[in-house]
Design a binder for this molecule. Structure first.
Ligand code: ADP
Ligand code: MG
Length: 613
C-alpha cells in the first residue's frame, strides 16, 4: 500500500496552533501587550473596536525590530527570548514560545509597523491568513505597532463562537488589568470605539490600583510585605469591612506574571478566617517573587497556571503574612502567629493525631487458600472505621465494596509489577525523604514513590469510580455553605452541576451570584470545598468538555489535584504505608492523572552496579 502520511503545510499548522493560543480578542490583547512589555516599552497604547472583534491594536515605544526580525517574527517558534532549553528555567520575559504572532497572523489581517531606535527607517508589513501581502520601508517613530483586524475571518465557526460584545469586552478589560497591574511603571492608555477608557500614568503600585479601580479603593487597602528565602511577597489586601459579594478584584502575580491559583486563594481566605461575613470576598493584589528555577510555567500557551516547587510552604507564608498585616492595621481581632503553620493547612488529616499501628489478624486466613495474595491485600486495606489515620483515604472507608472490587481487578496489575512473592511483602517499612518521596523495600530492590503524584492517582481513581460506576454518597452539612461567584463562573457551575452532583455535592438553589451547597462528597472536608471549586473553575477556563465522560474526567483530575497531599507535607509512617498500598491498588498505578510517573524502582543489581565503580 502506498504511504499516506504528509507534513501539514505551514499555514494549516499555524491555524491549528492558533486554536490553542487565540480563543478570543482578549487573547490577542494579552499577547500583544506582553510583547510590548518584553520589548521594554515605557508607553503602551491599546486600541480596540467592537470589543476587539474588528480591531485590536497595540502601539509601543519599545525596542522595535530589524528588517529581518520583522519578517521572522511571524514564523512559528521564532523567538528572541530563549535560545536553549535551560533558559526555560530562568525566564525573565512574558513570551518565550514564539508562536503568538504566527498564530495570530494565521487567523486575522495583521498590519505591523516597527522601527529600532538607531535606524533611520522602519518596516511596514501586511500579513493576511499567514500570507505576506506586502513589505515596505517606511518613516516611523521608534517602537512597534501591531493592528490585528477581522479576527477569525477565515474560520467562520470560531467567529460565530465569540460571545456578545459585552462579554468579549469584559475579557479584554480583564487582560488589560492584569498587564497594567503587573507593570505600574509603564504608561498605559486604552481606547474602545474611539473613547478613552483608561489612562494610567507611571506610578506606584498603590496608585496604579487606585487609578484602575476608582479613588475609593485607597482607603480599603492594607499593605502586605514579607521577605523569606523562598519567596518575597508585596502588595495589598482589602480590609474585611470592604469585602464584596463577588470575586472581582483578586490578583496574584508571580514574577510579574498574572496567575490563577485556587490553592493560594485558599491561603488568603484562610488568613481572613473568622473576620469575613459568610460568602464575602476580599480584594487582593499580591505580588510574589520567587527564584525562576523554582517554578514551572511551561504548561500551556494560554493557561495562567504555574507550578511551584514548594507550594506548601508558600501557602503557610502567604497566609501568615496577610494575617500579620490585617493584625497590624487592627483589622483582625484574633492573632496567633505562634501556631505551627503545618496545623493550618487545609488538609484534614493534618489535624489528626497519629496512632500506634495495630496488628490486624485475619481469623479466616487460610494459608492453603488459593486466593492468598488478594486476601492479603484486601484485608490490609479494609480499614477500621474508627482509625484516624485512615482519613487519608476517607473514600476507601466509605465504600469498601467499591474499593474491594478495584483491588480485585488490580491484582493482576500489581502482580505484574512485583512478582507474587513480593506482593506479600510489598510494604516492609517505608521512609519519607525530603517530605516528597516515600522509599520502600521490595524483593527485587526498592521502590521510590512521589507522594503528591501517587495521592493524585489514588484520589483520581476514587472520584472516577464514584462518578461513573456508583452514585457517590454525600455528607450533609449542618449549615449550608453560600459561595459567591462571578456571572461567568456561575455559568460554568450550572453547566457542570450534574457531574458535580455525581461526586456527592448537593446544591440547594441556584441564584444569580451564588450557590448554596448543603451536602459535600465524603472525601472532601467543609474547609476544602471552596478550594476544590476554585481549582475546578480555573481548570475549566478554556471551556467545558463536551461529553459527560470527559467532564467527569476533568472534574476527577481537578479534585485529585486540589486534594492530594502536597510535596513538603510530612506523612506519618501509617499514612506512607497507606499511600503506597493505595497506589498499587490502582488500575493504573504507574502514572499520575497528568501522565507523570508516580514511582520508580531500583533493582538490587542496579545498586550493586553503582557500588562496583
Ligand atoms: P514570543 O513572545 O514567545 O517570543 P511572539 O510570536 O509573541 O513570540 O513574538 C516573536 C518575536 O517577535 C519576539 O520574540 C520578539 O523578538 C519579536 N516581537 C514581537 N512583538 C514585539 C514588539 N512589540 N517589539 C519588539 N519585538 C517584538
Ligand atoms: Mg509573545
Amino acid at each position: 500500500m502506498s504511504s499516506i502520511i504528509q507534513l501539514l503545510p505551514d499555514h494549516v499548522a499555524n491555524q491549528i496552533a492558533a486554536g490553542e493560543v487565540v480563543q478570543r480578542p482578549a487573547s490577542v490583547v494579552k499577547e500583544l501587550l506582553e510583547n510590548a512589555v518584553d520589548a521594554r516599552a515605557t508607553d503602551i497604547k491599546l486600541i480596540i473596536k467592537d470589543a476587539g472583534k474588528a480591531l485590536v491594536q497595540v502601539i509601543d515605544n519599545g525596542l522595535g525590530m530589524s528588517v529581518t526580525d520583522a519578517r521572522l517574527c511571524f514564523e512559528r517558534h521564532a523567538t528572541s527570548k530563549i535560545r536553549q532549553a535551560e533558559d526555560l528555567f530562568s525566564l525573565h520575559t512574558k513570551g518565550f514560545r514564539g508562536e503568538a504572532l504566527a498564530s495570530i497572523a494565521a487567523i486575522a489581517h495583521v498590519e505591523m509597523k516597527t522601527k529600532q531606535d538607531q535606524e533611520e527607517l522602519g518596516t511596514h508589513i501586511i500579513v493576511e491568513g499567514s500570507k505576506f501581502v506586502s513589505q515596505e520601508v517606511a518613516v516611523l517613530p521608534k517602537g512597534t505597532s501591531f493592528a490585528v483586524k477581522n479576527l477569525f475571518f477565515n474560520i467562520p465557526a470560531r467567529r460565530n463562537f465569540l460571545k456578545s460584545d459585552t462579554v468579549e469586552y469584559r475579557h479584554v478589560i480583564d487582560e488589560f488589568h492584569r498587564v497594567a497591574l503587573a507593570h505600574s511603571n509603564i504608561h498605559f492608555t486604552f481606547y474602545h470605539n474611539g473613547s478613552e477608557m483608561f489612562n494610567l500614568p507611571p506610578s506606584t503600585l498603590r496608585q496604579r490600583i487606585v487609578n484602575i479601580f476608582s479613588g475609593k479603593t485607597n482607603e480599603k487597602l492594607v499593605p502586605v510585605q514579607e521577605e523569606t528565602e523562598i519567596v518575597s511577597i508585596q502588595g495589598f489586601v482589602s480590609k474585611p469591612e470592604f469585602a464584596k459579594k463577588n470575586r472581582g478584584e483578586q490578583f496574584f502575580f508571580v514574577n510579574d506574571r498574572f496567575i490563577k491559583s485556587g490553592y493560594l486563594h485558599h491561603a488568603v481566605m484562610a488568613a481572613y478566617d473568622g473576620i469575613l461575613k459568610d460568602g464575602a470576598q476580599p480584594s487582593y493584589f499580591l505580588y510574589l517573587t520567587v527564584p525562576p528555577n523554582t517554578i514551572d510555567i511551561n504548561i500551556h500557551p494560554t493557561k495562567t497556571e504555574i507550578k511551584f516547587d514548594d507550594e506548601h510552604a508558600l501557602y503557610a507564608i502567604l497566609r501568615a503574612s496577610i494575617k500579620h498585616s490585617l493584625g497590624q492595621f487592627n483589622v483582625a481581632p484574633v492573632l496567633d502567629f505562634d501556631r505551627d503553620s503545618n496545623l493550618d493547612t487545609p488538609y484534614h488529616y493534618k489535624d489528626l493525631t497519629g496512632e500506634t499501628p495495630t496488628i490486624q489478624v485475619d481469623g479466616n486466613f487460610n494459608p492453603f487458600s488459593e486466593e492468598k495474595p488478594s486476601k492479603q491485600f484486601s484485608s490490609y486495606r479494609k480499614p477500621e472505621p474508627t482509625a484516624n489515620w485512615e482519613s487519608l483515604y476517607v473514600g476507601l472507608k466509605q465504600d469498601t465494596d467499591e474499593i474491594g472490587q478495584m483491588t480485585f481487578e488490580n491484582e493482576e496489575v500489581t502482580s505484574s509489577l512485583f512478582n507474587d512473592e513480593e506482593v506479600e511483602h510489598s510494604v516492609h517499612k517505608t521512609y519519607q525523604i525530603h517530605k516528597k518521596y516515600i522509599v520502600s523495600s521490595i524483593k527485587s530492590g526498592m521502590v521510590i514513590v512521589d507522594q503528591q503524584r501517587a495521592h493524585q492517582r489514588v484520589l483520581y481513581e476514587q472520584f472516577l469510580v464514584n462518578m461513573t460506576v456508583h452514585q457517590a454518597s454525600s455528607q450533609q452539612l449542618l449549615f449550608p455553605l453560600n459561595l459567591f461567584y462571578s456571572s461567568s463562573e456561575m455559568e460554568l457551575i450550572a453547566e457542570l452541576q450534574l457531574s458535580l452532583r455525581n461526586t456527592g455535592f448537593i446544591f440547594e438553589e441556584n441564584n444569580t451570584d451564588h450557590i448554596v451547597i448543603s451536602g459535600i462528597p465524603v472525601n472532601v472536608t467543609e474547609s476544602e470545598v471552596s478550594l476544590v471549586l476554585e481549582q475546578l473553575l480555573s481548570d475549566l477556563q478554556d471551556g467545558i468538555p463536551e461529553s459527560s465522560f470527559s467532564q467527569n474526567d476533568t472534574i476527577a483530575k481537578s479534585m485529585a489535584k486540589s486534594l492530594a497531599v502536597k510535596t513538603g507535607t510530612h506523612l506519618t509512617e501509617k499514612e506512607q504505608e497507606n499511600l503506597v498500598n493505595g497506589l498499587f491498588a490502582c488500575k493504573d498505578p504507574n502514572v499520575s492523572p497528568f501522565h507523570k510517573p508516580t514511582f520508580i524502582t531500583m533493582r538490587v543489581e542496579d545498586l550493586d552496579k553503582k557500588f562496583a565503580i
